[in-house]
Design a protein around this ligand. Structure first.
Ligand code: ADP
Length: 719
């Protein structure tokens, strides 16, 4: 090829810049995938260049630029070794790196799930067959005396390869994406859920690509002529407008400048200007770039919508923008600069034809070939390998981070954290692993201590429970033995007193009264303790029957009258006529009411004690009876009302201390009320009086009848 030294130098510098794009693609694609696949993507980027360089030198360059067979394929320049024709060799180097670019686009799109060997097959197929054939049709004839390719002959213009390089890479990617399917879990909520692991690296990759594009477009003049600065300006401007437009659209959509959108917008703009940078004004380049950025953004959204998993957005950026860029030649280009002699419409038609031919040829061949290969040899890694990550499954290339994650997942799946994770000394990840192990140790220690404390508490609880049971059983069984002699003592005191009175014997009656009073108090105390013990021992039995309210009220009036009179109180009883009877345990109900009335009488002086009996509705909606015992006595402080029903609890302070009592009455009453299916509540105000509400179901309390424990005397319960 007759080229000046300066031109050759420019071509070679441009080739170096284009090769730098390999670094850009490597950074971009490996940054946009998850860490577990980053090495795999990087290795693919290197290997596909090796493969494409080999095949392109052996036969790709010959097919693309050799002597044309009727415009369809070249037939010489295989294994090129033109030592003397340094122009041709420079051209070969430039075209070689172009081929590498087309192939490397694919690796990003199919990242994270395509088998490495399968990818090399795709790279071989594309660089050896798909790319050079189409390249010949569009660019064939660039080497003197080789005859022109059939598309170029029609007037098809694609200056630096919007279609020839970028669309070819994109359409092969699309075919591969369709054949191998999306990554596991990528579209779980209608959107791509997988985020790149290093967007900083990816952004650096885009900037490197941008720099490389100066050689990509600038070098395509194959001469350092007056066109070059304009072409480079157009290239940079289109990239900038592409990024800006995509950023604005992303902002309008997501209210934030999405990294992916900006990165792909820039690449879209650069791809868009590639076909026409030599024939459009810089203003047109800005429009082409901006439109490319927008197109790229919506292309990415469309891919997501159709669940086409393109890991790096290669199809929209290189495919769609490639199409747009190729059409832009006819839309924005200057007719004089085309040099094809076609009108704008004719040129547009030729451009469409080229785009269509590229798609049918590239996508068609790639899709068919990959479908067949996939049947014989699965292109995709297994699900387990994909989950483990291709770095490890395809290359055994583990990293400290991956080792740590693998150790942690192993712990998780084994549900055992006793084994510690491996610590790689003198690394950051090693420090994290060591810290993680320390945390595990602390958590284990904490669990151990807690378990120890818990066991001690549980043991103490069991012992306390057992001791309480033994005590309650003892007391319950001792009831006869305690109460019978006391009853006899009280009876005999009365008899002796009567005898002495009858025989007119001298005696101190007051002493006898003190003995009787103290004995009765002791009996009351023993009865209280026995009742509570029986309740705790679960030995309370209930026997229900219909009780006439009028008879109950009469009994209460008779029993309570002496107590009422003691402190000069008035006793009022009001019964709603609707309440005639209640189906419950007579003894227990009477005991509860007597407890309440005697308390009211005890803590009230010169006041009124009222008993109101009315129908009510229980919380469970069954009909019930409410027994209200209201007094105008000393009352109970608000803070005590919640604990006053606990056994052995009395209101603290001098006021209550002057009164006798056991602190068991209310506890027994509450337990009985609950055993009878009811409840008791209290409203009280210090100095104003108290209102106890005992609510019991009026009928059908069958479910509350307890089994009588064997060996317990049924009559024993009555006082
Ligand atoms: P006891 O009356 O034998 O001490 P109770 O369990 O029946 O035991 O009552 C516990 C405490 O509740 C009493 O000591 C008293 O302080 C308080 N109390 C109960 N009823 C009333 C009332 N009607 N007015 C004021 N205080 C009361």
């Amino acid at each position: 090829m007759p080229l000046e030294s300066l031109d050759i130098a420019w071509i070679l510098i441009s080739a170096a810049l284009v090769m730098l794009m390999q670094v850009g693609f490597c950074f971009l694609e490996s940054g946009l995938v998850r860490a577990k696949n980053s090495i795999n993507v990087a290795i693919k980027n290197m290997s596909d260049f090796c493969i494409s360089a080999c095949t392109y030198w052996i036969f790709g360059f010959g097919i693309m630029f050799g002597l044309s067979w009727n415009g369809w394929f070249g037939s010489n320049l295989f294994l090129i070794n033109a030592k003397e024709d340094y122009g041709l060799m420079a051209f070969f180097v430039f075209q070689l790196v172009f081929c590498g670019t087309a192939i490397t686009i694919i690796s990003g799109a199919v990242a994270e799930r395509m088998r490495f060997s399968a990818y090399l097959l795709v790279a071989t197929l594309t660089s050896g067959l798909v790319y050079p054939f189409f390249g010949h049709w569009a660019w064939g004839g660039a080497v003197p005396d080789t005859k022109i390719g059939w598309l170029a002959d029609q007037g098809f213009i694609d200056f630096a390869g919007s279609t020839v390089v970028h669309s070819v890479g994109a359409w092969v990617s699309l075919a591969a994406i369709l054949v191998i399917g999306p990554r596991i879990g990528v579209f779980t909520q209608g959107k791509s859920q997988i985020q790149g692991h290093n967007l900083t690296l990816a952004s650096g990759g885009v900037l490197l690509l941008w720099v490389g594009w100066i050689g990509f477009n600038g070098g395509s003049t194959l001469a350092l002529n007056v066109q070059v600065p304009h072409i480079i300006a157009n290239t940079i401007i289109a990239g900038a407008f592409g990024g800006t437009a995509a950023m604005l659209v992303a902002y309008a959509y997501y209210r934030m400048a999405r990294t992916y959108a900006i990165m792909n917008g820039i690449i879209g703009g650069l791809v868009g200007i590639t076909a026409s940078c030599h024939v459009v004004s810089t203003g047109a380049a800005a429009i082409i770039g901006a439109c490319s950025g927008v197109l790229c953004f919506f292309g990415m959204r469309a891919m997501e919508r159709f669940k086409l998993d393109d890991a790096v957005g290669a199809v929209p950026a290189h495919g769609l923008c490639g199409v747009w860029g190729t059409l832009s030649v006819a839309i924005f280009g200057s007719q004089e600069l085309w040099g094809t002699g076609l009108s704008r419409i004719e040129q547009l038609w030729v451009q469409c034809q080229g785009i269509l031919v590229c798609f049918v040829w590239t996508f068609g061949i790639a899709y068919l070939a990959l479908k067949v290969i996939n049947k014989l040899y699965p292109l995709r890694v297994t699900a387990d390998e994909e989950i483990a990550g291709l770095n490890v499954s395809e290359h055994g290339a583990s990293t400290e981070l991956i080792d740590l994650i693998t150790d942690m997942s192993a712990q998780d799946s084994a549900k055992s954290f006793t084994k510690r994770v491996h610590v790689e000394p003198h690394t950051e990840v090693g420090q994290i692993a060591a810290e993680y192990n320390r945390v595990l140790e602390r958590v284990e220690e904490e669990f151990f201590q807690r378990e120890k404390a818990l066991t001690a508490v549980q043991k103490a609880q069991v012992e306390a429970f057992r001791a309480n049971e033994v005590k309650s059983e003892f007391l319950a069984n001792m009831s006869h033995e305690l109460r019978t002699p006391l009853g006899i003592i009280i009876g005999y005191i009365e008899l002796i007193k009567d005898d002495l009175k009858e025989n007119n014997a001298p005696f101190n009656e007051e002493d006898f009264d003190t003995i009787t009073h103290s004995s009765k108090h002791l009996l009351h105390l023993i009865n209280g303790v026995l009742d509570i013990s029986k309740i705790e021992a679960g030995q309370v039995q209930i026997s229900v029957d219909y009780i006439k309210i009028s008879a109950l009220v009469e009994d209460l009036r008779r029993s309570a009258q002496p107590l009422i009179r003691e402190n000069n109180n008035t006793f009022i009883i009001e019964v709603d006529p609707k309440v005639e009877s209640i189906y419950t345990d007579h003894t227990k109900l009477e005991q509860c009411l007597l407890n309440l009335i005697s308390n009211a009488a005890k803590f009230t002086n010169n006041g009124t004690i009222s008993l109101f009996i009315q129908p009510t509705l229980m919380d469970s909606c069954e009909s019930g009876v409410v027994f209200e015992v209201i007094d105008t006595g000393i009352g109970i402080p608000a803070e005590e009302t919640s604990t006053i029903f606990d056994a052995f609890t009395q209101v603290d302070g001098t006021a209550s201390r002057q009164y006798q009592g056991t602190g068991l009455g209310l506890a027994i009453t509450k337990n009985f009320a609950e055993l009878l299916g009811g409840s008791i509540s209290l409203q009280s105000e210090t100095g104003k009086g108290s209102n106890f509400r005992l609510v019991l179901p009026s009928k059908n309390p069958g479910e509350y009848i307890k089994e009588i424990p064997s060996g317990v005397d049924q009559k024993e319960n009555s006082l």
